[in-house]
Design a protein around this ligand. Sequence first.
Ligand code: PLP
Length: 398
Amino acid sequence: MSQLTPKEPRQVAHDLIHHAYAPPAGFDAPQVAVHKASTVIFKDVAALRVRDWRYKTGYTYGLHGTPTTFTLEERIATLEGALHCLLVPSGLAAVVLVDMALLSAGDEVLLPVNVYGPSREFARHELARWGVTHRLYDPMDAAGLAALITPATKLIWLEAPGSITMEFPDLPALAAVARAHGVTSALDNTWGAGLAFNGFELGADVVMQALTKFPSGGGDVLMGSVCTRDDALHERLKLTHMRSGMGVAANDAELVLRSLASLALRYEAQDRCARVLAAWLQGRPEVLRVLHPALEGSPGHRFWGAHCTQAAGLFSVLMDDRFSAAQVDAFVDALRLFKIGYSWAGPVSLVVPYDLVQLRPGPQAEDMRGHLVRFSMGLEEPAALQQDLQQALTSVFS
Ligand SMILES: Cc1ncc(COP(=O)(O)O)c(C=O)c1O
């Protein structure tokens, strides 16, 4: 099964561009057609009775897939090195689908303490109402994770690096703990995008992505994916997907299909840019620390080095705590090219200041102090972005 062999990012890029696709007869264009439908017509009652919406043996209803969405699912499966893929309307919907499909009343889910915030909120509210408990674990402590597992533990979420604070965990060690205890592991692979490392090779059972970020790359579409290599797991996810109406629209699928061909190029450019700026910021007197997994001294740098070939164009800085929060806000306001906004991986560079205490209530790690500002690289020239940072730092702090 060639799609299960680990691939280099360049090979993945090639495979996405030259992905098998059968155009309509007599119209041999490589671009995938946009098929839109709610209703799909059956030729007769026998055809209607025979077609099963759970399998890709035929089309039944737009919500359950069209040639356009099935093609995108196949390409995302190629990207992740998966056998199966389901598309959902956002990255958060992908998290929710995994939780809904794999958890029942009385179960417990373990989340890394630096998990994507809305994933934790879903656990705190909806999962709690449905009788599913959750606990947080330190992703930098695999033994600590093992100690938390009980017979009720049915799902362990993994994320690399952690949202906003960017700690890169020893993913194979965490996944091995889950496997040794017979617990399913699900990886949020939005940062790795299927390029920096392969989530399945590192041991995850389910790999989801916010396609909203790198695969879309345009800052103009919301979508998520849930991939597996396991037929039985896929079946459970697929049935919940069907029963919860999580289909995606053809025009959105088209946008992601169009962007996939340039995914590897954009990822590489944003990675390069982030490393230039992160290294430069690390030398600035206003900055206590830069959190970027590829930088020496960043939490989990050695695990990043052991398992990754690339890094996403994303990092956080801890501004010196001799400054007030208002000064740091003024610095963010003074940036001109970096726009203030959530998300990452679009063409425009973005910045968001975060309150560390609000982000992660409770005692902070010794080396996690100061004011956290998260930067996401767009596609601008690194030199222009550096100049922007310089003028904002100078105007506010000198
Ligand atoms: C790590 C991570 N996972 C999931 C999501 C959710 O993606 P979406 O915005 O498509 O819901 C995000 C969005 O910021 C994210 O950063």
